[in-house]
Design a protein around this ligand. Structure first.
Ligand SMILES: Cc1ncc(COP(=O)(O)O)c(C=O)c1O
Length: 373
């Protein structure tokens, strides 16, 4: 539609509508001008790996040495490479749902089997459900806090239970904490690797520059793992992708060391938008939406609107995907139906858009839902 010149209010983006910290841009430009766009060590420069260790220590409370860090071309390929190093054909990877759309696909690429386990109504995984899904082939538990798409931040008690369960059954936790810096409303991000003694020695921590520093296109992720595993993942990366982008690595050092104020300004903006969006959604009778505690998404359930019909088109709304199609076609508002995340009766609204766009989109959603019967 956009390509045809039709204006759409897009609440689909998985990337911040902000610019990277100024220091990152300057460092990137300097690296280009001064001719440092060369290959680097395959697991990333020593300087960046040191900056990442400082960052993980300060923000997450975990101690790693630079030799335990692999800088990757975005967190996504970091997750894929970690899985390639960890699983063999037929191994199972447990993914609590709703979850980020890419997880099951990436697990499949690693030749393993994704085992989707629905969370409880609070969007938190329950150990009893994980235990019911466990088999002798269960190798990895993929966790994501703060969560895309639900915005839930796992409480420490949940992390402890999940981590202890994983440790007791020799299951590696792949902990995707890419939204760690973006929490709201007093919610505190904790890593299962910091909460459960011993888990750091078996597991993989995933982070990156895309979300917290608005550097999606710079393709910078990083992971931390015990040295033998980090070496194995680094060796894989060296053959698959080679070294990560030299320019982005210099920019990332500057962002991590000098970008705190801009990161905080962005977090605060997302926090205030989260209030605006959830208040708007909760004002719509019959729609249910938990307050996100982190990331930048709201994930309402259709509630009373399931099974209703839009009178002018005669279309029935049986899922969040149906609603997404309807709103795009009739109201020029786009968002993502919950099917992609493993919860078809929900839909995801990204608040990586201006308050003006968010207000108008909410107005159109409310008006359209009011016509369903
Ligand atoms: C939960 C989660 N993990 C990882 C990523 C990947 O980020 P990157 O841009 O670093 O590959 C995303 C991006 O949408 C995400 O939502």
């Amino acid at each position: 539609m956009r390509a045809e010149g039709i204006e759409v209010l897009a609440l689909t983006a998985g990337e911040p509508d902000f610019t990277p910290p100024r220091a990152a841009e300057e460092a990137g430009i300097a690296a280009i001008r001064e001719g440092r766009g060369k290959y680097t060590p395959a697991s990333g420069t020593q300087t960046l790996r040191e900056a990442i260790c400082e960052h993980i220590q300060q923000d997450i409370g975990l101690s790693y040495a630079p030799s335990e860090i692999v800088v990757t071309n975005g967190a996504k390929i970091g997750i894929a490479q970690a899985l390639l190093a960890l699983v063999q054909a037929g191994d199972e990877v447990v993914i609590p749902t709703p979850s980020w759309t890419s997880y099951p696909e990436i697990v499949g690429i690693a030749d393993a089997t994704p085992v989707l386990v629905p969370c409880g109504p609070d969007h938190l995984p329950r150990v009893a459900d994980l235990e019911a899904a466990r088999t002798p082939r269960t190798r990895v538990l993929l966790l994501n806090t703060p969560s895309n798409p639900t915005g839930v931040v796992y409480p420490e008690a949940t992390l402890r239970e999940l981590g202890e369960w994983a440790l007791a059954h020799d299951i590696v936790v792949l902990s995707d904490e890419i939204y760690a810096a973006l929490t709201f409303d007093g919610a505190v991000h904790r890593s299962p690797l910091a909460v459960v003694p011993g888990l750091r020695e078996t597991s993989v921590w995933i982070g990156g520059m895309s979300k917290a520093y608005a550097m999606t296109g710079w393709r910078m992720g990083f992971l931390a793992a015990p040295e033998p595993l980090a070496k194995k993942i680094g060796a894989l990366q060296s053959q698959l992708a080679g070294s990560p982008c030299a320019i982005s690595q210099e920019a990332s050092v500057a962002a991590l060391r000098e970008g705190a104020a801009e990161r905080e300004a962005m977090r605060a903006a997302f926090e205030s938008r989260s209030q605006l969006v959830v208040e708007g959604l909760r004002a719509i009778p019959g729609l249910e939406c938990a307050m996100p505690q982190g990331a930048f998404y709201a994930f309402p359930s259709l509630g009373a609107y399931l099974g209703k019909t839009e009178p002018t088109t005669g279309r029935r709304i049986d899922s969040g995907d149906d609603l997404a199609e309807l709103l795009l076609e009739l109201d020029r508002v786009s968002f993502i139906g919950g099917g992609a995340f493993g919860k078809p009766d929900a839909f995801r609204l990204s608040f990586a858009a201006s308050e003006e766009v968010l207000r108008e989109a909410l107005r159109r959603i409310a008006a359209r839902l009011a016509t369903l019967s």
